[in-house]
Write a protein that binds this ligand. Structure first.
Ligand SMILES: [Fe+2]
Ligand SMILES: [Fe+2]
Length: 135
């Protein structure tokens, strides 16, 4: 079973963003499966790199819209993105230096954060962007 099941709860009703969120869910599920299957460090590294890159792309997309339309809660939202990015980079660094194995705890942090963030902070901006024609 996948770590995160995509369902309507996670949908913002903005197709382009939902697609990016789905991709993040897929990457986290893929990483979890690779960890459980005992895949080697190189394979895990590749997925972790894909996840960090795509997270960057996704946050940049949201923040670009915030700037474009003057979203009033942009600063607090961006602070959450920055905090998560630094946590992920910290994991990545520790993993690469072999100080940290990928663990159930790390996976729970990633999946928990993503779902809470989408259902909380991302859902909050959805009506604002939909009103401004973002699809
Ligand atoms: Fe998001
Ligand atoms: Fe966000």
């Amino acid at each position: 079973m996948a770590l995160i099941e995509w369902n309507g709860n996670l949908s913002l009703g903005i197709g382009s963003i939902d697609k990016q969120h789905q991709k993040l869910v897929e990457l986290i599920n893929e990483l979890n499966a690779a960890m459980l299957e005992g895949k080697g460090k190189d394979a895990l590294s590749r997925i972790i790199n894909g996840l960090t890159d795509y997270t960057k792309t996704h946050f940049a997309t949201e923040e670009k819209y915030f700037q474009q339309f003057g979203y009033p809660e942009a600063a607090g939202h961006k602070a959450q993105h920055d905090h998560f990015t630094s946590k992920v980079l910290e994991f990545k660094g520790e993993f690469e230096q072999a100080r940290l194995g990928l663990s159930v705890k790390v996976m729970q942090f990633l999946s928990g954060w993503l779902q809470d963030h989408i259902k909380g902070s991302d859902k909050k901006y959805a009506p604002f962007l939909i009103e401004r024609g973002v699809k």
